[in-house]
Design a binder for this molecule. Structure first.
Ligand SMILES: [Zn+2]
Ligand SMILES: [Zn+2]
Length: 610
C-alpha cells in the first residue's frame, strides 16, 4: 500500500491529465497534497475550444464577483466535477504509469515553453537539473513521489469536492487561477466517513446557526470580524456572563472595569507596542496625545494595583474583567465568532507572592476545568507553551515560571504536551483545547505566568519583614472569549443548547385561538408576565406564547427548527385538566402533564445544568 500522501498527489496528476484532455490550451499551476486530499490550479484563460463532452447546457459559468480585474475564465461548474471524476476513474482503470525523468533545466524550459507558470518554477530551481514525470501524454514538472502505476489507487475512494478561485502563489497581484479540490483515502469506507463528518460539521456551522436561531450576524456595512448580537444572542451571552460572574465571586475574585482605549505610552511601557504591534490597530489622536484601542486588559489592572500600598496580607488579589479587546486579524483568517476582530475575554489577573504561585496555578486550573465541564466539555488537550524567540525578561524568571506551570500540571495528574516557543512575549503558559462532539479541538482556557509586567511597572507589596517585594502576575482566561465560546457551544450542541443556556426554554402553543387565554394562564404560572427581561421579578422560565394564526404542526416544526427544548401544546383536554401536552425537542411527545409537574421537571433540569 503506497503512502496516502503519495496517493493523493498522484490523483492531482490524474486530475491534470483529464483537464488537459478536456481543455486544450490550459496552463497548469501546481498540484500539491493538502489535509485529506489534494488540489490542482489551472489557468483556463487561453482555452479556446470547450470540450463538448463536458458542456452542460444548464450550467451557468461561475462568476466570482469578489475578484476584481480578473481575466480568468471560469469554465467549470460544480456540476461538472462528477464528470471529471468519471474520466479520472477511467484513467485509473487504464492504469497509466508515472515515469520519472531527470533532464537539464534548458531541456525543461523547451518542454514547458507554453506553460508560463511551470517556466517560472523552472527559473527558480536551485539545482541544474529538473525532474519531470510523464503520465500518458501529460508531462509535469514535479519532484514526486507518485505511485508506480495508477492501479494502486482505489478508484472508489476519492472525490472532487469544490472549485474555487486562487491567486497564483497566493499573491493578489498575480492572475487568478481555477483551483479544483479533491479528497482521497485508501478505502471507500474512509471516504464515506469523511464526507459524512463534513456534512455534519456544515450542519453545525455556528455562522449559519447564528442566523437560523436569530442570535447574531456579521454585517459588511458594520465591518468584517465584528459580530452584532441580536436579542436572543445577547440574552445567551448574558446568561453565560451571569453564571461566570457568580462563580468568580464565589471563588474569591473581585470585578474590575477598564475603558476600551488608553494612551499609547502605557502600551510602550508594557512592551505590547514592541512585541505585539502587528495585532494592534493604528493609534488615534486625542488632544495631541496618541491613544490606542486596547488589545489586552492587563495594563489597566496593573494601574489599579498601583493605587495603594499592598501588604502580603492582601495577596493573592484576583481581579476579573469581561474585557472587550480589539486585535487586528487579516480578513482571510476571520471566521464568524471563533476568529473575530473585537471580542470579550473572560479575563482575570492574579497578583500573588512567589510562595503562593504554585497553589494559585493549581486552583486556577481546577476552576477552569470545572467551568468547562459545566458547559459540557469533558475532553481536552493540554499544552505547555514555552519561551518564544521574541521575549522580554530574564531567563531565570522564564525558567521559574515554566517550572511552576509544569508543577501544577503534574500535581493535578494532567496529561500535557510541550508546545516549544509558543509562549507569550512576557511569559510561558498553559493552554487547554477543548474537544467538541465531533472531536475538533478549540483553544479556550489559557493560564500565563508573568514576572515581567510587574517589573516594568515596578509594582510591589510589603512582606512580613516590612520589606518591599515584587508580586508575580498570572494572566488567565477560562472560556477564552465569549464570542468564541458561544461559537464553540453552538457547534458542539449543533444549536440544541442545554435548557439552562437556551434563550427560549419553553414555547406554549395553543391549539386554536380559543385556547389563547389558557396558554397565557400557563405562561403566568411560569413567574413574571414580562418574560423578556432578567432581573427583579425574574420568570422561573424563559418562554414564548405562539398564538399566531398558524397550524399546530407548523408551530411545532418551527419550534424544532429553533431548537426550543420544550413545546407545550394546550387545547380543550389540557385546559380541562389544568395540564399541558409536553413535547421534548429530542424525544418528541411526552404526553400530558400537570403544569406544576412540568415546572418541577424543567427546574430540576435547569438547576443540574445538564
Ligand atoms: Zn507530482
Ligand atoms: Zn493579561
Amino acid at each position: 500500500m503506497p503512502n496516502i500522501e503519495t496517493l493523493r498527489h498522484s490523483l492531482a496528476h490524474i486530475l491534470a491529465v483529464v483537464v488537459r484532455e478536456l481543455f486544450p490550451g490550459t496552463k497548469f499551476g501546481i498540484g500539491p497534497v493538502i489535509e485529506n486530499g489534494f488540489y490542482y490550479d489551472f489557468d483556463f484563460s487561453e482555452v479556446k475550444v470547450i470540450n463538448s463532452k463536458l458542456q452542460n447546457p444548464n450550467s451557468k459559468q461561475i462568476q466570482n464577483s469578489n475578484v476584481k480585474n480578473s481575466k480568468q475564465k471560469f469554465i467549470l461548474n460544480p456540476n461538472d466535477l462528477p464528470k471529471i471524476e468519471k474520466k479520472m476513474r477511467e484513467i485509473i482503470k487504464r492504469d497509466i504509469t508515472f515515469q520519472k525523468q531527470i533532464i537539464s533545466k534548458e531541456q525543461a524550459k523547451k518542454l514547458f515553453k507554453d506553460q508560463t507558470y511551470k517556466l517560472e518554477l523552472i527559473n527558480e530551481l536551485k539545482e541544474k537539473k529538473a525532474t519531470i514525470y510523464k503520465s500518458g501524454d501529460f508531462i509535469d514538472l514535479c519532484r514526486g513521489p507518485h505511485v508506480e502505476s495508477a492501479k494502486k489507487i482505489n478508484p472508489e475512494a476519492f472525490k472532487l469536492t469544490k472549485i474555487a478561485g486562487a491567486y497564483w502563489r497566493g499573491d493578489e497581484k498575480n492572475p487568478m487561477l481555477t483551483r479544483i479540490y479533491g479528497v482521497a483515502f485508501t478505502s471507500k469506507k474512509d471516504l464515506d466517513n469523511y464526507l459524512k463528518n463534513l456534512e455534519e460539521a456544515e450542519k453545525r456551522d455556528h455562522r449559519q446557526l447564528g442566523q437560523k436561531l436569530d442570535l447574531f450576524h456579521l454585517d459588511e456595512e458594520f465591518g468584517a470580524g465584528l459580530p452584532l448580537w441580536h436579542p436572543k444572542g445577547a440574552l445567551l451571552r448574558q446568561i453565560i456572563e451571569d453564571y461566570w460572574t457568580s462563580e468568580h465571586l464565589k471563588n474569591g475574585y473581585e470585578l474590575l472595569r477598564t475603558p476600551h482605549i488608553a494612551r499609547l505610552g502605557l502600551w510602550q511601557k508594557s512592551g505590547h507596542w514592541d512585541f505585539y504591534r502587528e495585532n494592534i490597530y493604528s493609534p488615534m489622536d486625542i488632544e495631541k496625545e496618541k491613544y490606542i484601542i486596547k488589545p489586552m486588559n492587563c495594563p489597566g489592572h496593573i494601574l489599579v494595583y498601583k493605587t495603594k500600598i499592598r501588604s502580603y496580607r492582601d495577596l493573592p488579589l484576583r481581579w476579573a474583567e469581561l474585557g472587550t479587546v480589539y486585535r487586528y486579524e487579516r480578513s482571510g483568517v476571520l471566521h464568524g465568532l471563533t476568529r473575530a476582530r473585537g471580542f470579550t475575554q473572560d479575563d482575570a489577573h492574579t497578583f500573588c507572592a512567589p510562595e503562593q504561585l504554585g497553589q494559585e496555578i493549581i486552583s486556577t486550573l481546577k476552576f477552569g476545568l470545572k467551568m468547562l465541564k459545566i458547559f459540557g466539555f469533558k475532553e481536552y488537550d493540554i499544552y505547555l507553551s514555552t519561551r518564544p524567540q521574541k521575549y522580554v525578561g530574564i531567563l531565570k524568571n522564564w525558567e521559574k515560571a515554566t517550572e511552576a506551570l509544569e508543577y501544577a500540571l503534574k500535581k493535578q495528574g494532567l496529561k500535557y504536551q510541550i508546545d516549544p516557543g509558543e509562549g507569550v512575549f512576557y511569559g510561558p503558559k498553559i493552554d487547554i483545547k477543548i474537544k467538541d462532539s465531533l472531536g475538533r479541538a478549540w483553544q479556550c482556557t489559557t493560564i500565563q505566568v508573568d514576572f515581567n509586567l510587574p517589573e516594568k511597572f515596578a509594582i510591589t507589596y510589603i512582606d512580613q519583614k516590612g520589606k518591599k517585594q515584587q508580586p508575580i502576575m498570572i494572566h488567565r482566561a477560562l472560556l477564552g472569549s465569549l464570542e468564541r465560546f458561544v461559537g464553540v457551544l453552538l457547534e458542539h450542541y449543533a444549536g440544541s443548547l442545554p435548557v439552562w443556556l437556551s434563550p427560549v426554554q419553553v414555547q406554549i402553543i395553543p391549539v386554536g385561538s380559543r385556547h389563547n387565554k389558557y396558554a397565557q394562564k400557563v405562561a403566568n404560572s411560569f413567574g413574571s408576565p414580562s418574560p423578556k427581561y432578567l432581573g427583579e421579578g425574574l420568570p422561573k422560565l424563559r418562554f414564548e406564547v405562539k398564538n399566531e394564526n398558524e397550524t399546530v404542526s407548523k408551530k411545532i416544526r418551527e419550534g424544532e427548527l429553533q431548537k426550543i427544548p420544550y413545546m407545550l401544546v394546550v387545547g380543550d383536554k389540557e385546559e380541562k385538566n389544568k395540564s399541558v401536552r409536553v413535547r421534548d425537542r429530542k424525544k418528541g411527545d411526552l404526553g400530558m402533564m400537570k403544569i406544576d409537574k412540568f415546572i418541577e421537571k424543567i427546574q430540576k433540569e435547569i438547576e443540574s445544568k445538564k
